[in-house]
Ligand binder design. Structure first.
Ligand code: SF4
Length: 284
């Protein structure tokens, strides 16, 4: 098994390294170990490939928005929702997924957020890893991955990065910050803002801005996360039996929602909790 030759960072890695505000009790470093160190093992790979109903709803909702704008006439056709549902092969999904995605498509058809926007990027959401951005400074060097759902130009010419959400989870501002950092490299001439839009609740977040100084410190923090994770991977590949020391478990009732529960030796058992279970904090 090979270790990536250069450290990398992404919002996903950040969320696996450090919990979102209010999620500290449930944060488990061992999940990062399964996702980022043992992902090629057949059992882990199989678990990672199995999308849960909420994940499927998110993927299909994003693809639905993409199809509406890829076939613009469907937004004004009365049977537009049915046509997009066919393009998504929605009938192959479970009843729950079908119902919720149909509701999302109907809401979007009634109120298409991106109608008349100057869209410069809209992804179907199933295209895999984005091309990395190389961040190469005097003190650090890492690859940044930022998969943006949608980028458009606002009426005041600001570049607007929009992330679509489904379900009830709170927006995690860190994701928007990573996009704004990526935009600094991809669109260096443009002022940029980011926001979230929940397609099920039709709820917009506030616009998220970041100053130049904040971008610099964010970049530094991500470099730290990338380096720390790279070191953990190296330690793990040298001593695979130290998995639970390098990626300490934090078992508890939240294990029942963990995709690795069936293969985790620590699942549901607080007595097996590691003696030292550091929660890595970023930004203090
Ligand atoms: S089952 Fe529990 S202890 Fe194991 S990785 Fe998942 S959350 Fe962590």
């Amino acid at each position: 098994m090979s270790i990536p030759d250069r450290p990398f960072a992404s919002y996903h890695l950040w969320s696996l390294v450090a919990p979102a505000t209010g999620q500290e009790r449930w944060h488990c470093q061992m999940r990062r170990g399964f996702v980022k160190a043992r992902q090629h093992e057949p059992k882990v790979k199989a678990l990672l490939a199995t999308a849960t109903a909420p994940q499927r709803i998110g993927i299909l909702a994003q693809k639905g928005v993409y199809e509406f704008h890829h076939h613009r006439h469907l937004l004004s056709q009365t049977d537009g929702v049915e046509k997009v549902a066919q393009l998504l092969k929605l009938s192959h999904s479970s009843e729950e997924v079908q119902q919720r995605v149909l509701q999302i498509l109907t809401k979007y058809h009634n109120e298409p957020l991106l109608l008349n926007k100057r869209i410069i990027q809209l992804t179907p959401g199933d295209e895999g890893f984005p091309k990395p951005i190389l961040i190469d400074q005097d003190d650090y060097c890492f690859r940044l991955y930022a998969a943006m759902d949608c980028v458009f130009i606002d009426s005041d010419r600001t570049l607007h990065i929009l992330d679509f959400k489904t379900g009830k989870a709170a927006f995690d501002q860190r994701q928007a910050l990573v996009y704004l950092l990526a935009a600094r490299y991809l669109y260096p001439e443009q002022e940029a803002v980011a926001s979230f839009y929940n397609l099920e609740l039709c709820k917009k977040s506030d616009l998220i801005h970041i100053t130049h100084q904040e971008l610099l410190s964010l970049e530094f923090e991500l470099a730290h996360i990338a380096r720390k994770h790279q070191q953990d991977l190296q330690k793990y590949h040298q001593q695979t039996q130290d998995f639970s020391k390098i990626f300490p478990p934090n078992p508890g009732s939240h294990c029942r929602y963990c995709p690795f529960r069936s293969i985790c030796d620590f699942a549901d058992n607080p007595k097996l909790k590691s003696q030292s279970m550091p929660i890595l904090r970023v930004n203090g």
